[in-house]
Write a protein that binds this ligand. Sequence first.
Ligand SMILES: [Zn+2]
Length: 79
Amino acid sequence: MAVWKDRLENLQIKRVKIMAKTQMPHPGHDKHLCYLNNLGFQISNPKEYKALVKNGEYFCKVCGRVAAKEKNLCKPVKL
Ligand SMILES: [Zn+2]
């Protein structure tokens, strides 16, 4: 588990450098599936992405994606 978290951190650090001037629509959006999808995270890190959606317990009211943790969605609704 620690490995993919590290990779996610690295990805976010890289992203912060690229997107330094882009404002996040709300706090924690850098960990939301819609944002990660935009980065192509599910393509570059399918294993890590699976870990986020596996055993999904919440869906996003905005985009309909499912995640195990509410912190990975913009508007989480418990399934
Ligand atoms: Zn969001």
